[in-house]
Design a protein around this ligand. Sequence first.
Ligand SMILES: [Zn+2]
Length: 148
Amino acid sequence: MLSISHALTGAFIASKLPHPALYIPLTLATHYLEDWIPHWDVATGLNNGMRTRIAAFLLELLDLAATIVLIYFLWQADQTKIQYHIWTGAFTGLVPDFLEAPRNFLKWEPCFLKQINEFHSWFHHSVVNKVVGLTPQIIAVGLIWLLK
Ligand SMILES: [Zn+2]
């Protein structure tokens, strides 16, 4: 899924649970479950040549920038102190994708990441159709926005 979806999910989970020992593992588990839902993201099309690595990387930068802005406005803007738990949850929600980034964007995969990336790939279901692939993510972000 898009970074927006994973990071907002992690931030939301962190906003509702009192301790990192609870929200970090739940956020990681949720990342894999979200990727199991057929979805479109910036890496869709990399494996079959429909998208270049540089295009995917630039889209990912936009996705991350939008993610930071959204999290800031949803949880940080009206606070006087940095909401470390929110940012930790958001970052944790992206960890599986960060670990896969060298393989996706540089065609380089350190051997110690192979098994965890295989595990990630096993859950990952991409669809080329953007309407089908973005609808569950729009619903998820909308629900988070409403329930935050
Ligand atoms: Zn993922």
